[in-house]
Design a binder for this molecule. Structure first.
Ligand SMILES: NC(=O)c1ccc[n+]([C@@H]2O[C@H](COP(=O)([O-])OP(=O)(O)OC[C@H]3O[C@@H](n4cnc5c(N)ncnc54)[C@H](OP(=O)(O)O)[C@@H]3O)[C@@H](O)[C@H]2O)c1
Length: 259
């Protein structure tokens, strides 16, 4: 057994959106297993309660609380932060993981309301959240924000164009948060997953051709799994990443490399 405090989150409070299933759930589990109190959020209270109970049982402590909120509604995010303060205290770690894709097709055909919803949930909601928790972090002189973007930010697409545009805008937001809040000890980073086997992306991986492609072309020879994001959440949330901010970290089995 190696003794290290580098990844210790004891006493830390994490607030997460999009955390009742998929990658958010895996990250919530990892943060709680490393000692954090975690408020998980999504739209459905029932699923949140089930997820919180499952993680609490696994870690052997009542560390996870579920609070329903639609990330696209500012008022609900304000209430979420208030409830987080009541349940757990001031926020040390923010994980903006909720994301939507409401249009599959060319950007020339996207209806205005689909464009607005995509940008609101994927970008603006994360700015609202950052502003809501920043005072907690400024008071402590320390905090970590992480937001789930996508490798879709790095390339155009004739089917997921506005989704990719919103995720590139999110990386832009992250860089600005890092610039503006860095002097107060707050870090902000983006997580960019490749294709991950969650419900969100089922249409993209749930067919033999996609699996065959992943298993033969991705350098690590498989699709991503939600659990692949546990380590990064702990790393970004903890002191282990204390000199890292304004970065977009790609977790994709090597399917996208810097070029
Ligand atoms: N899976 C991939 O291949 C992939 C790749 C790149 C990036 N991403 C990004 O990764 C993030 C998480 O996706 P995932 O694959 O883990 O999805 P998932 O398994 O489908 O989980 C999505 C979570 O977000 C919640 N959610 C959805 N819309 C919401 C909203 N408007 N407000 C609040 N919560 C909401 C869902 O619960 P409710 O439905 O109850 O609200 C659920 O907890 C997203 O930002 C996505 O864009 C995914």
């Amino acid at each position: 057994m190696v003794e290290t405090k580098l990844f210790d989150l004891t006493g830390k409070v994490a607030l997460m959106t999009g955390a009742s299933k998929g990658m958010g759930k895996a990250m919530a589990h990892a943060l709680a297993a490393h000692g954090a109190t975690v408020v998980i959020s999504a739209r459905t209270q029932e699923t949140l309660d089930e997820t919180a109970a499952e993680i609490n049982q696994a870690v052997g402590a009542e560390r996870v609380h579920g609070v329903a909120a639609n990330a696209g509604r500012k008022q609900e995010l304000e209430t979420l932060v208030e409830k987080t303060h009541q349940l757990a205290g001031p926020v040390d770690i923010l994980v903006g993981n909720a994301g939507v894709n409401v249009h599959y097709g060319p950007i020339s055909e996207i209806p205005d309301d689909a464009y607005e919803k995509t940008m609101q949930v994927n970008v603006q909601a994360n700015l609202w959240l950052a502003r809501l928790v920043a005072p907690d972090m400024i008071e402590k002189g320390n905090g970590s924000m992480m937001f789930t973007a996508s490798v879709g930010a790095f390339k155009p697409s004739d089917t997921l164009g506005v989704y990719g545009t919103s995720k590139l805008a999110l990386i832009g937001l992250v860089r600005n948060l890092a610039l503006e809040y860095g002097p107060q000890g707050i870090r902000a980073n983006a997580i960019c997953p490749g294709l991950v086997r969650t419900d969100f992306a089922k249409a993209l991986w749930d067919n033999p051709e996609a699996v065959k492609r992943a298993n033969s072309q991705i350098p690590l020879r498989r699709l991503g799994e939600a659990d692949d994001f546990e380590g990064l959440a702990v790393f970004l949330g903890s002191d282990a990443s204390r000199y890292m901010t304004g970065q977009a970290l790609t977790v994709c089995g090597g399917s996208f490399m810097w070029s």
